[in-house]
Design a protein around this ligand. Structure first.
Ligand code: PEP
Ligand code: MG
Length: 586
């Protein structure tokens, strides 16, 4: 057998470059992730269970039919009316015997599970497409695949999961995918891969953010990795530089193993800072808090020594399932986090669904989802859903120190409605005799330029502010944060962005309201001194980068930093700006 990395006849060594989104080095074997429709379980059904398996299939088809009918109805009355015919094509396909009957027959003939029967039928159908000359008809293959995908998702039910090949230890596996949704990546908690790389995606997409929070190296926007890399090939992922090396030779492999060990040692050293108070050399105290997606992140938060949770992205409780968590289920999740933090603050952001974070089976039909019914806009359009969440948060508030954070504020009316909704939920609980913290602070995320510019309008009604730089950059620069085609233009150091951030910090100080940054800038150690120099004293980031940021805070002298930061704020030449930032970090 050829030695690892020595090169078999087809093992040509090559390098690919993408966007580095989650640092560190991983070395492992590639697993090509093809998506749910192509990797399904296969198991035998005893003869007496064939009827039951067929009914399970029928139920999934019915569920998809209902879903599509609802979708057809909603798009008909929306700005996306032109999508209705496409939804109708899917409905027609679903009614066809190819979907409604054939998989049932395969279940009976092959005595196999419904997923496998559908997969077999899908292979059969797509093979027929290969012979079709007519371009229009050939394009229908995508529709057939999408319908099959929906049925498979329905079959998976709330147990939706990535079907992985169990041939290797997951920890030795590098996932290579065309694209991954945030919901897919959150499932990685159950499958601890060594790293992942994708052909699409941007640096601050939620997919990238979760990779960072899991502390696994990741590269996005590689463009052709799915076509160039083969299953099981040895790859090195350098998530810091955004470099992927396929079939490395011995020398390269040895070099990266060395770097991997050095990084491990650095991480070990950083652990010593866990209990050190975060303060600058001149004695200014800085709050370093953590961002989480699920209660299961608490272990990582504790290991980081965070002073609290500055952002709990509650929408992740709603993903990878077909139903919504009810009030009690949400209460238990919030309570677990609030209690688990033992009196330290826990900032629970109300649902920020929409854009790249969709509920299962509810992909947005809007033309511009990032500008559409997202976050607080969505919650205000679904008052019952919002009320359920607010009640659950308020109920959890009596178990520690909870704070409510409203995402995506852009208008005064929205803020008023959100405040009224919180008051209503409090009144209800009071009437029912349910205990809660009557003084639970209410904060707003400043992530739309309109809110940053017209801050006085919002600040009066809020107890605290949190700057969501990921969206603030996206909306200020008109750059879709998840689109790799414009990723090179996504620039946290753009003067317009820096001016908005420093303006918000200044106005918050004047109004004596606490202000944090909870976007990815807070966890970027290159920017720590710049933010400190702007007056920021409260950072919230994924736990994996907290100790590194703390180390930078501990080695910073604010009086030394001030003149350089002032020059950066005045700089209008991007190159000069970058060199000043480098100097700041020297
Ligand atoms: C942000 O926009 O900076 C933020 C923290 O929220 P999210 O990344 O979840 O949109
Ligand atoms: Mg945001």
């Amino acid at each position: 057998m050829a030695p690892e990395g020595a090169g078999t006849p087809r093992s040509v060594c090559f390098t690919m470059h993408g966007i580095a989104v989650s640092g560190g080095i991983a070395i492992g074997h590639a697993h090509l992730f093809l998506g749910m429709s192509t990797e399904v379980d296969h198991y035998a059904i005893p003869p007496h269970d064939v009827g039951r398996e067929q009914r399970r299939y029928d139920r999934a088809v019915k569920e998809v039919r209902d879903e599509l009918k609802e979708l057809a109805e909603s798009v008909r009355h929306s700005t996306a009316a032109e999508l209705a015919p496409f939804v109708n094509v899917h409905l027609m396909l679903l009614e066809d015997a190819a979907f409604a009957e054939a998989p049932r027959e395969i279940i009976a003939e092959q005595r196999c599970n419904a997923e496998w029967a559908l997969r077999t039928q899908l292979d059969e159908l797509t093979a027929q497409f290969d012979d079709i000359e007519d371009e229009y008809l050939r394009e229908r293959e995508t529709d057939v695949r999408q319908v099959a995908e929906r049925v498979l998702t329905a079959l998976a039910g709330s147990k939706r999961r990535l079907a992985m090949k169990p041939t290797r230890q997951d920890t030795d596996m590098i996932l290579v995918a065309r694209d991954l949704s945030p919901a897919d990546v959150i499932l990685f908690r159950e499958h601890p891969f060594a790293a992942f790389v994708t052909d699409m995606g941007g640096a601050t997409s939620h997919t990238a953010i979760i990779a960072r929070s899991l502390a696994i190296p990741a590269i996005v926007a590689l463009h052709h990795s799915r076509t160039l890399i083969r299953e099981d090939e040895l790859v090195i992922v350098d998530g810091t530089q955004g470099v992927l090396i396929v079939n490395p030779d011995r020398a390269v492999l040895a070099e990266y193993r060395l770097r991997q060990n050095q990084a491990r040692l650095e991480r070990e050293k950083l652990k010593r800072l866990k209990t050190a108070p975060a303060a600058t050399l001149d004695g200014t105290v800085v709050q370093l808090q953590a961002n989480i997606e699920l209660p299961s992140d608490l272990d990582a938060v504790r290991a980081s020594g965070a002073a609290g949770i500055g952002l709990f992205r509650s929408e992740f409780l709603f993903m990878n399932r077909r139903d919504m968590p009810d009030e009690d289920e949400q209460y238990e999740a919030y309570r677990e986090v609030v209690e688990g933090m033992k009196g330290k603050p826990v900032t629970i952001r109300t649902l920020d669904l929409g854009a790249d974070k969709a509920l299962d089976g509810q992909e947005s039909m809007a033309e511009n989802p990032a500008l559409g019914l997202r976050a607080i806009r969505y919650c205000l359009s679904e008052p019952q859903l919002f009320n359920t969440q607010l009640r659950a948060i308020l109920r959890a508030s009596r178990h520690g120190k909870a704070m409510i954070l409203i995402p995506m504020l852009s208008s005064y009316a929205e803020l008023n409605q959100a405040v009224a909704a919180v008051e209503r939920a409090k009144e209800e609980l009071k009437t029912e005799g349910v205990k809660f913290d009557a003084f639970v602070p209410l904060g707003g995320m400043i992530e739309i330029p309109a809110a940053a510019i017209a801050l006085p309008m919002f600040i009066r009604k809020l107890d605290f502010l949190s700057i969501g730089t990921n969206d603030l950059i996206q909306y200020t620069l008109a750059i879709d944060r998840a689109d790799d085609a414009v990723a090179h233009l996504y620039d946290p150091l753009h003067p317009a962005v820096l001016s908005l951030i420093s303006g918000v910090i200044r106005m918050a100080h004047q109004a004596e309201k606490p202000v944090a940054v909870c976007g990815e800038m807070a966890g970027d150690v290159r920017l720590t001194r710049l933010l400190l120099g702007m007056g920021l004293r409260h950072f919230s980031m994924h736990p994996a980068s907290l100790l590194e940021v703390k180390q930078r805070v501990l080695s910073t002298s604010l009086p030394d930093v001030a003149p350089l930061v002032a020059r950066i704020m005045k700089a209008d030449d991007p190159e000069k700006m970058v060199s000043l930032v480098d100097k700041l970090n020297a």
